[in-house]
Each structure stands twice: as structure tokens, then as C-alpha cells.
Ligand binder design. Structure first.
Ligand SMILES: [Zn+2]
Length: 402
């Protein structure tokens, strides 16, 4: 198991001790397989065990699934029967609907599930049922009451740097970025970029003498919490300010984590209500740090410009109301290194004239009288034919039609 809700499970058969074990990758409740060449392929059955059953076969994976997808576990209290109230869970997983028994106290948590049951329709034999019985490290699978498989599991091992086959990433409920992917590249003048291939985007950290500013989100509070830990570890200074280019989910996502860290959230006046709404949203299905704490949120509306500087760094956040993308938009200008952080406004193709919002941005920079020698995008990091770092000269030359 890894911290990102991924895991691997290998199943060997003592009747066929010479054959290699069947290897399954597991990510947030779904199972994947790849062939010897490392190519992804649809998961296959092992003997009588279907992929849907294999996804639930290990109590540790079941607990991890509960942690990753609590919304797929619906508690139902039934009874009392013989004076005992029983809690069932209905669990949706891999196109199968399971009913789980967790003993008498459903508040005790995922490790308490001892028994799973589901209905199966068999094309020839009609309706039947299957159940999984967890008994310590031994797990039994029965169909219509008869044991079809008995498995004995070794102790689970933690895994780092893990990658499951890609599968269909759209079916993952959220992108989870592992801690080791948050690496900070020093761009000079107090600016650091964290380049995230998985998100195809950057997040920026600006280092002042005794505090930091983080610019841009990473989709979810969970990723932002991982980033916050990485920032703490790397810089050993508090994040005093969080800003984001604009209200689209990728960029604003994570504001809750920064609020929890005690940062002041800088936002254009028209975006401030969204932040308030995000901070008061119910996160009971997937609790984050903000939902557990009782901190006061600090939101600072920035109508025009926000200037902040000390001996280490200088920053001007400019509220661009003519972005051609959203009504208000923060671009970040660093006068000492003549660097501008352009969010998702700049698509520069070498040798081609700028168009659309890219051209609008270049004109805006000119109109604001900003001396720019370097433009750095948030998104995209990789895009066919597009550069993610552009010199001032390149930008200016590309403003003229070819
Ligand atoms: Zn956008």
C-alpha cells in the first residue's frame, strides 16, 4: 500500500507453485493489470475470483477504499433483532453492489468490516450470491455458501514511488499527487516553481525573509495539504499568503488547506464569495484539515494591485480585468527579476504570432508598462508546440502578425 491510495496484490496458487503469481495493481478501489511488456490490459479473473471480488479481497485494501471513497459506503442501521442493532453498509465498487457487516458499532471504523455479501446473476445458473469472510489474515470466498477460494495473506508492506497502470484516469474521483513529486526549482529572486507533470501545471512559492507566498492551487485540498507539508519541510517558514490566478478549480482548489495553515487568501473582490463558500462547504464525506479545525478565515480582497516586498523578494499582484478568460484574474509580477507569472493566459508557439488571450495578455503587459524579461506559465506545462517559459523579447516579437 502507498499513501496515495495505491497498492499491489500478488496471488500465488500452491497447486501451481511453478507458475508466476498473478499480479494486480489497485488504485482507490479499482484493479488494473498489465502484461509482461508492461502494457495496461483489462483485469482478468483468477480461478473463481472475478476482478470485482479481487478489488475487495484484502481487508487493508477495503480499509483503503473506505478512506479514499467514503461516499461509496452508505451505512444503514437495522434491527433491533434479538436486542442487537446491526449496521450494514451498502458499498458500490467496480460495478458490484456489496452489503457489508461491521459488527454492532458502526462508529468503530473500516477495520471492523468482517463480512461482505453480494448478489450475482449467472447467465446459466441464474441468481446466486457470493460472500467474503475476513478472518484475520485468512480470507474465504464462498459462492452460494460453498467455498470457492481460501487465501492467506502475508503482512502488508508499504510502497513508495508507486505507479499503477493508467487505466481510465477520468474514473478516478480525484488526482492524488504523491509527496515526492513536490520538488522546488529555484528560479532566482526568491521565486521557486514546483513542476507537476501529473497536473501538467506549476505551483509557485515566493520566499520572503520570514514568510512565504504560494501562488496557484493543485485541484484539491488533499494535494494542497501534501504541498503544505513539503513547503514546511523545504523552507521552514510559514505561508502567510495564498493567491491564485483565477476561479477555475485547478487554481483555486486548495484554498481550504492554506486557510488551515493560517494564510491570508488574496482574492479579487468578485472571487471572494467563492472562497467563503468553499471554506464553509460541508466536507463530511472526505474530511480535510480545515473541516476539523476551527480557525478564523483570513480573506483579503485585492481590487487593483497588491504590493509586498522585503530584502529577499518583491511581488506585485495585478488584478487583470481584461484577461479574455475570467472577469478578474491575478497575474504576478516580480519587478527585481522582471518576471511575470501568467497563469493559463499564455500559449506561445515559437515563430507564430500570439492570438486570443495570449495576445490580450501581451497587450495588457505593455499597457501596464511592465518591464518583462521572462514569462512563466502555470498551465500548460507540456503542450505540443507550446513553450512554458518565454522571454520578453519572444513575447514582444510575437505580438506582430507574421
Ligand atoms: Zn482557466
Amino acid at each position: 500500500m502507498s499513501k496515495t491510495g495505491e497498492g499491489e496484490i500478488t496471488i500465488s496458487n500452491k497447486e501451481r507453485a511453478d507458475s508466476p503469481p498473478d499480479r494486480y495493481y489497485w488504485r482507490q478501489g479499482r484493479v488494473f493489470q498489465s502484461n509482461d511488456a508492461g502494457e495496461d490490459r483489462p483485469p482478468e479473473s483468477v480461478g473463481d475470483l472475478s476482478p470485482a471480488t479481487l478489488a475487495m479481497i484484502h481487508p487493508g485494501l477495503l480499509a483503503a477504499y473506505w478512506r479514499e471513497r467514503p461516499e461509496n459506503f452508505n451505512p444503514e442501521v437495522t434491527g433491533p433483532r434479538n436486542d442487537i442493532k446491526t449496521t450494514h453498509y451498502l458499498i458500490a465498487s467496480n460495478d458490484a453492489l456489496w452489503r457489508a457487516w461491521s459488527g454492532q458499532n458502526y462508529m468503530q471504523g473500516p477495520h471492523e468490516i468482517t463480512y461482505l455479501w453480494r448478489r450475482i446473476h449467472h447467465d446459466v445458473m441464474g441468481s446466486t450470491y457470493e460472500n467474503i469472510d475476513y478472518d484475520g489474515s485468512t480470507v474465504r470466498v464462498r459462492r452460494a455458501g460453498a467455498i470457492v477460494s481460501t487465501l492467506t495473506f502475508a503482512d502488508p508492506k508499504p510502497i513508495e514511488n508507486f505507479r499503477t497502470p493508467k487505466g481510465d484516469p477520468k474514473r478516478d474521483a480525484a488526482m492524488v499527487i504523491p509527496p515526492e513529486e513536490f520538488v522546488f526549482r529555484d528560479l532566482g529572486g526568491g521565486l521557486f516553481a514546483c513542476e507537476l507533470a501529473r497536473a501538467n501545471a506549476r505551483v509557485f512559492v515566493i520566499e520572503f525573509e520570514d514568510h512565504l507566498l504560494v501562488y496557484e492551487g493543485v485541484y484539491t485540498t488533499r494535494n494542497a495539504e501534501t504541498l503544505a507539508a513539503a513547503v514546511r519541510e523545504r523552507f521552514k517558514k510559514p505561508v502567510k499568503f495564498f493567491a491564485f490566478s483565477h476561479i477555475h478549480g485547478q487554481y483555486v482548489g486548495g484554498a481550504r488547506a492554506w486557510a488551515h495553515e493560517g494564510a491570508t487568501i488574496l482574492a479579487p473582490p468578485s472571487s471572494a464569495p467563492l472562497i467563503t463558500e468553499m471554506l464553509s462547504a460541508p466536507f463530511d464525506l472526505r474530511p480535510d484539515a480545515w473541516s476539523r479545525g476551527a480557525r478564523e478565515a483570513l480573506i483579503e480582497p485585492v481590487g487593483e494591485r497588491w504590493i509586498h516586498e522585503d530584502a529577499s523578494s518583491a511581488v506585485v499582484i495585478i488584478n487583470d480585468k481584461e484577461s479574455d478568460h475570467t472577469d478578474e484574474y491575478f497575474v504576478v509580477y516580480m519587478p527585481r527579476t522582471r518576471t511575470i507569472l501568467t497563469g493559463d493566459l499564455l500559449f506561445y508557439r515559437p515563430g507564430k504570432a500570439l492570438t486570443g488571450r495570449s495576445l490580450t495578455l501581451a497587450k495588457y503587459i505593455e499597457k501596464q508598462g511592465l518591464e518583462v524579461e521572462r514569462c512563466i506559465t502555470t498551465w500548460p506545462l507540456e503542450w505540443p508546440g507550446v513553450k512554458n517559459e518565454v522571454t520578453g523579447e519572444e513575447l514582444r516579437a510575437a505580438m506582430k502578425p507574421k
